[in-house]
Design a protein. Structure first.
Ligand code: FAD
Length: 432
């Protein structure tokens, strides 16, 4: 049985492990931290009961690789699936506007959705519909040098419609400001979300902690099938001999008994552990990362009805209602991420007062702030161009990770897809 050594126990490493075990390989995962999951995990608060995530994660119906992964690890019941895309947007003074994209009208569902989306003026709604039509028919074209903002403006999207609608879509999905985000990647993403089937834009939300939904079941799957998982062991160096990865040096030992080596870590982590000539051969890009901030608040009472709200033009992009507590989330949060706890709570309170008037006489009982400074890669024009030139393998070394050339922004789907992509490469090119 061929042995695969996987560096990194985040979703990309777990995805590769699951697929390769199923295909008859012996798999060992080496994870530097004491826990699996990487940037997708949950933990218990001091009361030892409340589970919170390192930041709310949303999946979508178009996450086909992830849904397949969830199915394999038998975890479908840990997710709530929207029947069709529905988002409640909240504007100042608590005015709410529903965007409802009914799957039964696909492919005309966007027409129905925007005709009825009263957050926007009628001319704004027409401009959005024209833009979607242009994407669908291929009339809207973009090159690898254009930002999303340039693309939107060149197709009749006004300042106001960008602020009210597009800003939130782009920042949330690409964790990158609209003026920097790659238009090429954005167009691909929109096509996958809205034009690849009636359920593709539906939101899928974990109904428990992220580790409980995505990580522990994968760990059990791997262990039950004879895979090995080692935590708290960092890979420090990969050595090469005769053009092949031959030795892995870790914080504890040297490993030479592997046939294939998979890197499932971020590009900056990988750049530290492989020699310069291999970096050149693989064209590993040095990428920049962007933050996500979550302000979790426990309230004296919670009258909010919906599971989540999009906030129009606010300092936070989303409010997630977890019943017991609420989470205010900001993507590409570099302007707030260095603020201290008190300032962040004050900002959160003033935003709640501005947008959620029903919370006016509600007190804040407790709070937990989570700052993920390097949440995902910045999907800007330069990074997307650089990653297109990377190679996914050099002889027996294969590269996975949400940042690799999957055609997607740095997301769960990108990480799971990358694990699957390189596993398929390994299967289709067996070593002699
Ligand atoms: C707050 C937040 C919110 C997000 N929201 C969403 C969302 O709503 N939807 C969505 O799709 N995506 C979201 N994402 C992105 C998603 O979490 C990531 O894309 C995904 O988790 C990346 O997985 P990965 O396996 O590629 O990398 P990682 O999760 O970074 O895994 C890499 C692993 O390798 C380990 N490692 C690193 N170096 C070494 C070494 N030398 N030796 C051994 N191990 C090593 C690390 O400890 C880590 O466990 C969010 C991310 C954050 C942080």
């Amino acid at each position: 049985m061929k042995k695969i050594l996987i560096i990194g126990g985040g979703l990309s490493g777990l995805s590769a492990a699951i697929y390769l075990i199923e295909n008859g390989f012996h798999v060992e995962i080496l994870e530097a931290s004491p826990k699996l999951g990487g940037r997708t995990y949950s933990f218990k608060l001091d009361d030892k009961q409340t589970i919170i995530d390192n930041g709310q994660h949303l999946l979508m119906g178009c996450y086909t690789h992830t849904l397949d992964y969830i199915d394999k690890i038998n975890s479908m019941d840990k997710f709530d699936f929207q029947k069709s895309l529905e988002i409640n947007y909240v504007a100042e003074k608590g005015k709410t506007f529903k965007l409802s994209v009914p799957g039964k009208f696909y492919p005309l569902n966007l027409l129905y959705a925007f005709i009825n989306f009263k957050l926007l003026t009628s001319s704004e709604r027409i401009s959005i519909l024209k833009f979607f039509l242009g994407l669908r028919t291929g009339r809207v074209k973009t090159g690898d040098e254009q930002s999303v903002e340039e693309l939107l403006r060149s197709h009749g999207q006004s300042e106001s419609v960008i602020k009210k609608f597009w800003d939130n879509v782009v920042i949330s999905a690409m964790n990158t400001q609209i003026g920097l985000a790659s238009a090429e990647l954005f167009v691909e993403m929109i096509k996958i979300i809205f034009f690849s089937g009636k359920d593709s834009s539906n939101i899928v939300i974990p109904n428990t902690g992220l580790s409980e939904a995505l990580i522990y079941p994968a760990e059990n799957f791997i262990k039950n099938k004879g895979g090995k998982i080692v935590t708290s062991e960092r890979v420090i160096k990969i050595e090469f001999e005769n053009g092949k990865a031959s030795k892995v040096l870790t914080s504890k030992r040297e490993i030479i008994d592997f046939d294939y080596l998979i890197s499932a870590i971020t590009s900056d982590q990988l750049l530290k552990i492989i020699p310069d000539d291999i970096i050149e051969k693989l064209n590993i890009p040095s990428l920049q990362y962007s933050s996500i901030l979550s302000v979790n608040l426990w309230l004296s009472k919670n009258p909010l009805k919906e599971k989540f709200y999009g906030i129009v033009g606010g300092k936070f992009h989303w409010l997630f209602n977890r019943g017991e507590y609420i989470s205010l989330v900001k993507s590409a949060a570099d302007d707030l991420i260095f603020s201290n706890k008190n300032d962040l709570i004050e900002t959160a309170i003033s935003e709640l007062k501005k947008y959620f008037t029903i919370l006016t006489d509600t007190e804040i009982i407790d709070s937990k702030i989570i700052k993920e400074r390097k949440a995902t890669m910045i999907s800007d024009i330069n990074s997307i161009k650089k990653r297109k030139k990377m190679n996914h393998n050099f002889n027996n070394l294969f590269i996975a990770g949400d940042w690799t050339n999957t055609g997607l922004p740095g997301t769960i789907e990108s990480s799971v897809k990358s694990g699957r992509m390189i596993s398929e490469m390994i299967l289709s090119h067996p070593l002699k």
